[in-house]
Design a protein around this ligand. Structure first.
Ligand code: HSE
Length: 434
């Protein structure tokens, strides 16, 4: 059988890795796919020194690939929302299947892209968009298809996890570690996407859709970054038996779906709390399988290429099948997607870590306890530190039981209004993940 012809758009880190893996493992991949896979064209503005492209035709114009009648599958690895969007729509219009690693594109324009792909009977595959080399899309969409998924929680941004790991293990300051994370080459072109949780929210949006069978709704994801975390909170969390991770949480409740990215205290003995450095992990809780954990490299040249090529193999295997009988893009049949709403953050429920800077006066703890109890907030633990020499204040650290976010917001306003409380109360959500 003739080889399937693919065009790679973008020869950066992931594009170069994809070319190299396809070349190095060509025989093994053909044995799996049932046909050879040939890179028939590459669109790149400049060569990649880590990638020996030989006689493969190279164009500077990505649309040459989307319009090339020889190409069966377009691999979109240019990133971003704008050009990539046009490229993918053009490829679909021309009847080509698409493989992409672009989480932003899928999270923001996925509903439109999948609708167009269905009209044309083509596949848009996106395993590499979430958690790099971890096959978590396939695991949720196919491996856990029997389950009603209750929740998932993931460390899905390697840059942020590297920063938090360095802060905890070496006591380093945030800004200092960020510089090193950027030098490692993991960070997004705009590093605020990593540290403000936007990149993680893109990925969480995709995971939630395939877990719960809902349309992609990136605009409704709550996003809170890690820029305001201090080493003091990292250390207090540690003393209480927790680790702080930048977590994406998607949870199904009767009222709606929680979709939120924020720093989170996790009990230190959970496996996911021990995912360090640039590694990623996603925990998925289903009613039949219970909790499962998927761990691995969340980015990088060949880990991400591993997912791109796996998608390509899937596409090649089903090229001749009836489009109606393929695995649906969002795991659920498109006409069976649910309109269960995404909850605003104040309607979400969590436990909370609170750090209060108080004057060293009698009765402060009693006032704090009263404010919390009046709002039905149950305290799980309290830790009061010694007076700090530099400001004469006493740090009080409390962990609450689960409560509606709106109650905590109210309680914090009341705490901050106390004469004996100085400055803002630090609030970090706590998840037990059990
Ligand atoms: N900037 C991302 C990260 C790259 O740090 O995880 C992979 O999507």
């Amino acid at each position: 059988m003739k080889p399937v012809k693919v065009g790679i758009c973008g020869l950066g880190t992931v594009g170069g890795g994809t070319f190299n893996v396809l070349k190095r493992n060509a025989e093994e991949i053909a044995r799996r796919a049932g046909r050879g896979i040939e890179v028939a064209q590459i669109a790149a503005r400049r060569p990649n020194p880590k990638c020996e492209t030989g006689s493969t035709p190279i164009t500077a114009d990505i649309f040459d690939v989307a319009n090339n009648p020889e190409i069966d599958v377009v691999i979109e690895l240019i990133g971003g929302y704008t050009l990539a969007h046009e490229l993918v729509l053009k490829a679909i219009e021309n009847g080509k299947h698409v493989v992409t690693a672009n989480k932003a594109l899928i999270a923001v324009h996925g509903n439109e892209i999948f609708a167009k792909a269905r009209e044309k009977g083509v596949i848009v595959a996106f395993e590499a968009a979430v958690a790099g080399g971890i096959p978590v899309i396939k695991a949720i969409r196919e491996g856990l298809a029997a389950n009603r998924i209750n929740w998932l929680a993931g460390i899905i941004n390697g840059t942020g996890n590297f920063i938090l790991t360095e802060m905890r293990e070496k006591g380093r300051a945030f800004a200092d570690v960020l510089k090193e994370a950027q030098a490692l080459g993991y960070a997004e072109a705009d590093p605020t996407f990593d540290v403000e949780g936007i990149d993680a929210a893109h990925k969480l949006t995709i995971l939630a859709s395939i877990a719960f069978g809902i349309p992609l709704q990136f605009d409704k994801a709550y996003t809170e970054g890690i820029t305001k975390l201090t080493t003091a909170d990292v250390n207090y969390a540690e003393a209480l038996g927790y680790r702080i991770k930048h977590l994406g949480v998607a949870r199904r409740t009767d009222k709606g779906i929680e979709l939120r990215v924020h720093p989170t205290l996790i009990p230190a003995d959970r496996l996911i709390a021990n995912v360090n450095g640039v590694m990623n992990a996603v925990m998925v809780n289903g009613d039949a399988a219970g909790s499962t954990l998927f761990y691995g490299a969340g980015a990088g040249m060949e880990p991400t290429a591993s997912s791109v090529v796996a998608d390509l193999v899937d596409v090649v295997r089903v090229l001749t099948t009836d489009p109606e009988n393929r695995v649906p893009h969002l795991a659920f049949q498109p006409d069976a997607l649910s309109d269960h709403p995404i909850l605003p953050i104040d309607a979400c429920e969590s436990a909370y870590y609170l750090r209060i800077q108080a004057k060293d006066h009698p009765g402060v703890l009693a006032q704090v306890a009263t404010i919390l109890s009046e709002r039905g907030i149950n305290i799980e633990s309290v830790m009061q530190m010694e007076v700090e020499e530099h400001d004469g204040l006493v740090p009080m650290i409390l962990v609450t039981h689960r409560v509606l976010e709106s109650r905590i917001i109210e309680a914090i306003a009341a705490l901050e209004a106390l004469d004996d409380v100085v400055g803002n109360v630090v609030r970090i959500r706590v998840e037990q993940l059990n």
